[in-house]
Write a protein that binds this ligand. Structure first.
Ligand SMILES: [Zn+2]
Length: 204
């Protein structure tokens, strides 16, 4: 979790978005008077506030460590469950996204999507008529690329990316154009890339 939170901190657009959160605006959105007596209630268990606190500590504190318990509590995160880094990244972004949607500020509501979300599609092409299946037009949200590492030096990332989008052969799939089962190829297409593309490097 610490390395993922540090990655979020180092993503300037995300950090700036979190810094823009205002406890006063949140309190007003909740229908509370923005008085000096009530800000504690407005920010208690607030993910934006806890991320702000953590980011400010990383930014300005000279302390050698920071206890993120308040953030994990705000996220209702079960810290007793160990998870793979890529699975945990999905969970963490999903939880942050869910909480940010409650923000009264539109830029914060869409902060995760506007920073990390792209779109991909599975392009399936019939080997006989060479036309793409209708399903090829369906776009899926893309928050990261899970790449398998290649142990071959400096071009490893490029090789992994090429492998990610390479075609696979399919046998006997129904082609809507031919109205019969045909062989086909399928590959992932990156329809749109986010401003910040997250790459998860899988060792296994
Ligand atoms: Zn066909």
């Amino acid at each position: 979790m610490n390395s993922l939170v540090q990655s979020l901190f180092m993503t300037h657009a995300f950090r700036a978005g979190i810094y823009s959160w205002s406890s006063t605006a949140a309190a007003e959105a909740d229908g509370e008077a923005a008085s000096a007596a009530q800000p504690a209630a407005a920010i208690a268990d607030n993910v934006c506030f806890e991320l702000q606190r953590l980011f400010v500590a990383l930014h300005h504190s000279e302390a050698t460590s920071y206890d993120p318990t308040a953030l994990t509590d705000a996220l209702s995160l079960d810290t007793s469950v160990q998870q793979d880094a890529q699975e945990f990244n999905k969970l963490l972004l999903s939880l942050i996204e869910t909480h940010l949607r409650r923000s009264p500020e539109p830029a914060l509501q869409s902060l995760v999507q506007s920073t990390f979300r792209g779109e991909s599609c599975y392009r399936t092409v019939c080997a006989r008529c060479e036309r793409p299946f209708a399903s090829s037009a369906t776009r899926h949200p893309l928050y990261e690329l899970e790449l398998r590492l290649k142990p071959s030096g400096g071009t490893a990332l490029q090789e992994s990316l090429l492998e990610y989008v390479c075609k696979e052969e399919l046998e006997g799939v129904e082609c809507g154009h031919c109205s019969s089962r045909q062989n086909a190829t399928r590959n992932i297409c990156l329809a749109s890339l986010p401003p910040v593309l997250s790459l998860q490097l899988l060792r296994f």
